[in-house]
Design a binder for this molecule. Structure first.
Ligand SMILES: Cc1cc2nc3c(=O)[nH]c(=O)nc-3n(C[C@H](O)[C@H](O)[C@H](O)COP(=O)(O)OP(=O)(O)OC[C@H]3O[C@@H](n4cnc5c(N)ncnc54)[C@H](O)[C@@H]3O)c2cc1C
Length: 393
């Protein structure tokens, strides 16, 4: 029987950060993972360059049943703290857009940085571990794999969400939470492309690859970013963002011309070029292949601009500023970046991430019901929640 002060399950972003902090406090720490190598999601994130944080990160960028829960951790370990760590390791990085910070070379730099820090903190890492049971008696946790049993005072669950099952994602953390009497809020895939209804697929799959700046809105939340038509449905950052707010059966309202008032534009084109066709004028605002599809769908009639009256201009403008898509569903965990829902924060201390009713048991990272927007926010939550747990476990 091995004895440890702390066992952290999950060598991803949150688990590595927590293990480093606990190790730096002199705790004897073991990091266990079911995969072959640590930090696999970090390695493939941000197209291999890891969007490791966002300079504008604040609690407003996170979804949770309790919006206040994330505030404590995010304020005690901020994006600036993580940036300072990246700078300490002389890792090149840059802002891509909207405050999103990416590695200049490779996401490998972030994993190597964390492994260097873990080594310096004397953290032991055991990979390819299949945990069969976890039990608790007399203030001690026993974690059993087919090979051996290990005991610890503090058990930290950092096993992540359900997205990308082929990368080792399991429901372990959610099941363990339930085993110890914590509530798990309903789970669903988020930051995920939305799929077509069959009727929309027949029309729009021909323009897959077309992208345009839009605002996408669902349930009163709106994101201004690019939208991409694909063979399967809608994607691009605006759609990934709105997927976190979309529920089956909801519409997604897309403003296809967020920066130009279509009615004013058409009225001015009508004055300047009365003989010009409506589709030619619209192609100055929107991708030509999309305009052709809108014509096919009878969103407008192609005629000289001079034939439009103020009412028909308004109708056309209204449809482009509020085009309604009714997605069939999402692409699911196969392509989702994150899982919404998870361990109910009501059962956790926001200061330490420890279970209120189960001393010594901690939950951090994506397994908790805190989900960030696209843009480096999910890693910031992993770093911050891992860091705070690391101060107490
Ligand atoms: C393709 C992709 C790209 C992404 N890009 C970004 C990005 O650029 N920026 C950003 O902020 N976020 C990004 N994300 C989201 C981000 O990766 C996650 O939110 C973050 O990794 C969560 O950290 P975590 O430590 O909680 O979980 P994870 O990083 O998922 O780590 C969990 C670890 O636990 C292990 N594990 C699971 N079950 C068990 C078990 N039963 N026993 C032992 N170990 C187990 C897993 O193998 C894994 O190593 C991306 C996600 C995906 C899928």
């Amino acid at each position: 029987m091995q004895q440890w002060d702390v066992i952290v399950v999950g060598a991803g972003a949150a688990g590595l950060m927590c293990a480093i902090e606990a190790g730096n406090r002199g705790r004897k720490v073991l990091l266990l993972d079911n995969g072959k190598r640590p930090g696999r999601k970090i390695l493939m994130s941000g197209g291999g360059r890891c969007n490791f944080t966002n300079i504008y990160s604040s609690p407003e960028n996170f979804l949770s049943q309790n919006k206040h829960f994330c505030k404590s951790a995010l304020s005690r370990y901020t994006q600036w703290d993580f940036i300072a760590l990246v700078q300490k390791h002389a890792i090149p990085f840059h802002e891509k857009t909207l405050g999103q910070l990416f590695c200049g070379d490779s996401a490998k730099d972030i994993v190597e940085m964390l492994l260097t820090e873990a080594k310096a903190a004397n953290v032991q890492i055991a990979m390819q571990q299949q945990i069969t049971t976890v039990s608790f008696a007399d203030g001690v946790y026993t974690v059993t794999t087919p090979e051996l049993s290990r005991q610890c005072q503090s058990l930290v669950i950092a096993s992540g969400g359900l997205s990308l099952p082929n990368l080792g994602a399991t429901a372990f953390g959610f099941q363990l939470a339930e085993q110890f009497g914590l509530k798990v809020l309903p789970l669903r895939a988020a930051l995920v492309p939305l799929t077509w209804q069959p009727s929309d697929k027949a029309v729009f799959e021909e323009i897959s690859g077309v992208s345009l700046p839009v605002t996408a809105e669902a349930n009163g939340t709106l994101f201004p970013e690019d939208m991409l038509f694909t063979h399967r449905g809608l994607s691009g950052p605006a759609i990934l963002q709105i997927s976190s707010y979309w529920q089956p059966g909801d519409n997604v309202i897309v403003n296809m011309s967020p920066d130009t008032n279509v009615a004013e534009f058409l009225a001015s084109q009508q004055q300047a070029h009365p003989e010009q066709e409506v589709k030619t004028a619209l192609a100055k605002l929107l991708p030509k292949r999309l305009v052709e599809k809108l014509l096919e769908l009878k969103v407008f009639t192609n005629q000289p601009l001079k034939a439009l009256n103020p009412k028909s201009i308004k109708q056309l403008a209204d449809s482009l500023h509020g085009y309604i898509f009714k997605p069939n569903g999402t692409e699911g965990y196969r392509t989702a970046e994150v899982t919404i829902g998870g361990v109910d924060t009501d059962g956790l201390s926001s200061k330490t991430m420890e279970a209120k009713q189960q001393p010594g048991l901690y939950f951090i990272g994506e397994v908790v019901d805190v989900t960030g927007w696209l843009g480096g926010y999910n890693f910031q939550w992993a770093w911050a929640s891992g860091w705070v747990a690391g101060q107490y476990c």
